[in-house]
Design a protein around this ligand. Structure first.
Ligand code: RIB
Ligand code: CA
Length: 312
């Protein structure tokens, strides 16, 4: 039985690899891909999502455009990491597959309301604006979502866009708070976990040597994407954040986690967007998320390499 998922994303090279991994995994049924403003503006994230589907040889995948900006804050983008296209590295053809006319938020609501309750998982790779808007427009979906698995936040690892906040949460902290407060089964994959999943030279060379289009293109994406973090952290490779969400869906045993409380800071200018994770359960706040802290990074890259090799 395939697991039906919607991927909400702001491609982004690491988002792109997550989409490739999902499309290469027969355990998953990708019902649709919803683009959100984040790493780069929506006008680029929706195009990039379609470029990646065509790279994977999957032009039939339905791609929708969603929120053009966060709920309250002005959009903050990350061209300094992802390049001006958001997918710098390989030269990917302009997409010929269509962008769906329906708004992403309406697609999310329609899908959740029409399919049996508790069967659809939301895999979120960017700011949570689309998910928050869907919950505001149709609150009934909250009880119908099987689980949200989100890349975002950080606790002992701190932040990456500020010392306190991780990018996806920082861009739209109000959306993240609203989604975390909605009582939906929630898995958070924070920097504490993704910073262990480094695109080392040896791992990237395995992508580059693949006899298909997706492998070498992924290597070129990593060459570009990792340079910022290699410079910043002085590591062999950069953290491959978003594919960890898909890997959790496929092999949760690759991860270690605890069910704890997570609250998003939405007031302090100093710590705006910080995920305050009660890892040691020192407060009376009820657990609202399964927070991942560890990952078997060799197992993760073995899975990713095995699956990417199957693509076009
Ligand atoms: O902080 C990492 C996250 O922000 C990843 O999802 C990356 O794609 C960017 O969106
Ligand atoms: Ca992302």
């Amino acid at each position: 039985m395939k697991l039906p998922i919607i991927i909400d994303t702001d491609p982004g090279q690491d988002d792109a690899v997550a989409i490739l991994l999902a499309l290469a995994s027969p355990e998953l049924e990708v019902l649709g891909i919803t683009a959100v403003a984040g790493n780069v503006p929506l006008s680029l994230t929706e195009v990039n999502a379609r470029k990646v589907c065509e790279l994977a040889g999957r032009p039939e995948i339905k791609v929708y455009a969603g929120a053009i900006r966060p709920l309250l804050h002005n959009l903050v983008t990350a061209e300094h990491v992802h390049g001006k296209t958001g997918l710098d590295g390989p030269v990917l053809a302009e997409p010929t597959m269509p962008l769906q006319k329906q708004h992403a938020v309406d697609f999310i609501i329609e899908t959740l309301m029409s399919r049996p309750a508790g069967t659809v998982t939301l895999a979120t790779l960017g700011p949570l604006t689309n998910i928050a808007l869907a919950l505001i427009k149709e609150p009934l979906i909250a009880s119908r979502i099987k689980r949200i698995v989100a890349m975002g936040g950080g606790f002992f690892e701190g932040g990456n866009i500020t010392p306190a906040a991780e990018f996806n949460i920082y861009v739209d902290p109000h959306a993240a708070r609203l989604v975390l407060d909605a009582g939906i089964p929630f898995t958070l994959i924070p920097l504490d976990c993704t910073h262990q999943a480094l695109t080392t030279k040896a791992r990237v060379e395995k992508f580059r040597s693949m006899e298909n289009n997706s492998g070498p293109a992924t290597a070129l994406m990593m060459d570009f994407f990792e340079r910022f973090d290699v410079e910043k952290y002085g590591t062999d490779g950069g953290p491959l954040h978003d594919p960890c969400v898909i890997a959790w869906l496929l092999r949760p045993e690759l991860f270690t986690s605890r069910d704890v409380n997570v609250v998003v800071e939405c007031e302090s200018p100093l710590t705006m967007g910080m995920t305050v994770v009660d890892w040691w359960r020192v407060t009376a706040r009820k657990p609202n998320a399964t927070v991942c802290r560890g990952i078997n990074s060799d197992g993760f890259f073995d899975l990713l390499t095995e699956r990417l090799a199957k693509l076009a």
